[in-house]
Design a protein around this ligand. Sequence first.
Ligand SMILES: Nc1ncnc2c1ncn2[C@@H]1O[C@H](COP(=O)(O)OP(=O)(O)OP(=O)(O)O)[C@@H](O)[C@H]1O
Ligand SMILES: [Mg+2]
Length: 275
Amino acid sequence: MDKKTVGLSETFKGNMTPKSFTKNPIKGTKFTIAISSAKGGVGKSTFAMNFALALKSTGSKVGILDADIYGPSLPKMMSINKKPESKDGKGLIPIEQYGVQCMSIGFLVDETTPMIWRGPMVTSAIKTFTQKVLWNDLDFIVIDMPPGTGDTQLTFAQEIKVDGVIIVSTPQEIALLDVKRGIRMFDKLKVPILGLVDNMSFFETDDGKNYNIFGEGGVEKVAINYKKEFLGKIPINIDLRVAADTGKPLVEKNPDHKVSKIIVEIAKKIKRSFP
Ligand SMILES: Nc1ncnc2c1ncn2[C@@H]1O[C@H](COP(=O)(O)OP(=O)(O)OP(=O)(O)O)[C@@H](O)[C@H]1O
Ligand SMILES: [Mg+2]
């Protein structure tokens, strides 16, 4: 009787070896900083827009890439309702607003159109935005990430040269669980974490009393436990929210505002870690 040997074919074995990725830098930019948090609704986009404008206010040339394909916030928060142009039919020209170059899927579709896309299409959109946008001589590009630890995060971590991630969270227990997941994901994928921001940290009344609505000190504790830098506390503030909703981020609208100053301080801290 013939002896049948059961073994893996060479092709199958080849498919099992971990794929190695090349991390491409985003053309036209020096440094890429991603704003992330595994949890939704903690203020990533609000922070990303204000942080980008804070970097600009310190003299850097800055761009913002809205990487949230399913829920883009940039068009509304930066008050842009134009479509980007392409001179050669290949490269998209980013739209400049408040001195910052911007790109978002929201420029290309109607505000209320849902993006009903599977993962590979999201990955392909991210690649277009990082490779086919004509970013012009930027010092920093700020990436506003979607919530979670999914396709977009993985594409950035594996295939794009990300120089650092800032993790934003509220100090609430349920948000902190996600922060820990986020930290472990970036550590595992060897993307440097620049630090953690505690957003909606407290609410200050007009007579100066502070209320810790979502708890106290949670983000800082996580930063200490995971040996990451703690970048600062941003209070719950109506002016910050109104500015975002009306299309001119607070740092741009009112740079002397207490909250703007906190965000500019964070930007200065981050800038010091880059040559
Ligand atoms: N510090 C703050 N004070 C007051 N409102 C805030 C603050 N930070 C964020 N917000 C408000 O909270 C809401 C959620 O913020 P934002 O959209 O920036 O969160 P996100 O993390 O980007 O959400 P998503 O996960 O959906 O992308 C917005 O209405 C925003 O204006
Ligand atoms: Mg967002």
